[in-house]
Design a protein around this ligand. Structure first.
Ligand SMILES: [Cu+2]
Length: 159
């Protein structure tokens, strides 16, 4: 009887171990690369975050919004950069960004970026924080953002 119970508990333990990764991988098929933010100057209230989102799944994904913890910033928005005459201006993207199967979208200077609005503290090189991506199918993906050196293009933030 004792041996039998041993096997029962062993099987239970194995089942639990196998179940956990299966649940975690149900998140979905988005992979995020090159996630980074620029350090900001001391009085900054906004910061830009860059990353690449790849869709490794069989169906299109729509990235609808992004979020960060209240301790980091009041709000995180998806922005795009548009030319108005010879001025680069940023616009909030609220319609979502479609990513076809096998495709990727790059958030980079001069294009899409995540804008942190109402920064609680300036971002300093070496800081890390979590950014959560929200998709139209109600899945989410949380990625760690590392803060790199201050950006050279100080003039890029015209709202
Ligand atoms: Cu912006």
């Amino acid at each position: 009887m004792t041996i039998n119970r041993y096997w029962q508990s062993l099987v239970l333990a194995l089942t639990l171990q196998l179940t956990f990764p299966a649940t975690a991988s149900m998140e979905h098929d988005a992979m995020v690369h090159n996630a980074n933010a620029r350090a900001t100057f001391a009085m900054a209230t906004t910061a830009a975050v860059y990353l690449t989102v790849m869709n490794h799944g069989d169906s299109a994904l729509t990235l609808t919004s992004v979020s960060v913890a209240d301790e980091i910033a009041g709000e995180a928005q998806i922005h795009t950069t548009v030319m108005e005459g010879d001025m680069m201006k940023m616009r909030q993207v609220t319609a979502g960004i479609d990513i076809e199967p096998g495709a990727m979208v790059e958030f980079k200077p001069g294009g899409y970026h995540v804008m942190l609005m109402g920064l609680v503290n300036p971002l300093e090189k070496g800081n890390k924080f979590s950014l959560t991506l929200h998709f139209a199918d109600a899945t989410t993906k949380t990625v760690e953002i590392g803060v790199g050196a201050e950006g050279s293009q100080g003039g890029h933030h015209h709202h």
